[in-house]
Write a protein that binds this ligand. Structure first.
Ligand code: NAP
Length: 277
């Protein structure tokens, strides 16, 4: 496993996404992933799977301390007292004493981010949360949040894949000790049939999905959290540390813009902020 190292924190560059994976299937996915070598699991209050994720961690033959566990506070829980009580609920469901990273899931138009981050700082002081960060924040929202926060914000988790340009945010994160965590790194499956990714993959005996993930984790400060539920996919995604792309391949992938439908869809999260993911 490779890591992004910051000032006082270290995050595995590949994590397991768990959105839309619930129940026993989720338990077994998390257990299998950890036993294959994953050390980073991403969940959220909104995913309805914190209990299953916790059970998967408990079942795996891996110490809790070795796992970098992230959860996210949903938009209805962003006021001070709601952060405290909802995160206690998360810890209860996950059956852990702390999470490694607690994120504000989406920016909120009415609840001041300072209020939410104050409560997260309180949880950090009491040891329930090791680190704090945000998700779906633009560069300017992240900058404003960092200025008001009493705690370092160590990550911004955003939509990032070969069809989505995040170079501006990435530069900002790299300059400010913030990890950029790429969610939907496979564009929810849209990259799988990409011709260029497929052709590059053939040179290394890898699939288009593996090339997309490699392109992400090969960038400084970038972490990827693909969701995978089959053991084959879990294993293939870990294998992205077995090869590297040339500078020219990195640049060509960075120039991909994707089919029109993908481009339109990949813009949705910034337009529709109430979708339940
Ligand atoms: P994704 O990771 O881009 O794509 C997941 C899809 O790719 C699944 O259908 C999976 O299939 C398939 N897949 C995985 N590995 C593969 C491989 N090696 N070859 C072929 N197919 C493969 O989509 P996502 O679930 O939207 O994003 C990942 C994670 O990011 C989420 O699970 C969640 O943890 C996080 N996320 C966060 C936010 C946010 O607002 N912060 C929003 C969306 C997502 P199988 O399941 O069958 O293996």
């Amino acid at each position: 496993m490779e890591y992004v190292d910051g000032d006082g924190w270290r995050m595995p560059k590949l994590g397991l996404g768990t959105w839309q994976n619930t129940g026993e299937r989720c338990v077994e996915t998390v257990r299998t992933a950890l036993e294959l070598g994953y050390r980073h699991v991403d969940t959220a209050q909104q995913y309805d799977n914190e209990r299953a994720v916790g059970e998967g961690i408990a079942r795996a033959d891996v110490d809790r301390e070795e796992v970098f566990l992230t959860t996210k506070v949903w938009r209805s829980n962003l006021e001070y007292e709601d952060v405290l009580s909802s995160v206690r609920g998360s810890l209860d469901r996950l059956d852990v004493e702390y999470v490694d990273l607690l994120l504000v899931h989406w920016p909120h138009p009415r609840v001041p981010v300072a209020e939410t981050l104050d409560a997260m700082a309180e949880l950090r002081r009491e040891g329930s949360v090791a680190h704090v960060g945000v998700s779906n924040f633009t560069r300017s929202q992240l900058d404003a949040a960092r200025r008001t926060a009493d705690v370092p914000l160590i990550a911004d988790q955003v939509l990032y894949h070969p069809y989505r340009d995040q170079s501006d945010l990435r530069r900002y994160c790299a300059a400010n000790d913030v990890a950029l965590t790429a969610y939907s790194p496979l564009a929810r499956g849209d990259v799988l049939s990409d011709e260029l990714l497929g052709r590059i993959g053939e040179r290394y005996g890898k699939t288009a999905a593996q090339v997309a993930l490699r392109w992400l984790v090969q960038q400084d400060g970038v972490v990827a959290i693909p969701k995978a539920s089959s053991p084959d996919h879990l294993q293939q995604n870990l294998a992205v540390f077995e090869f590297s792309l040339t500078d020219e391949e990195m640049a060509r992938i960075g120039d991909l813009r994707g089919p029109l439908g993908v481009r339109l869809r990949s813009r949705l999260p910034s337009l529709v902020r109430r979708l339940p993911f």
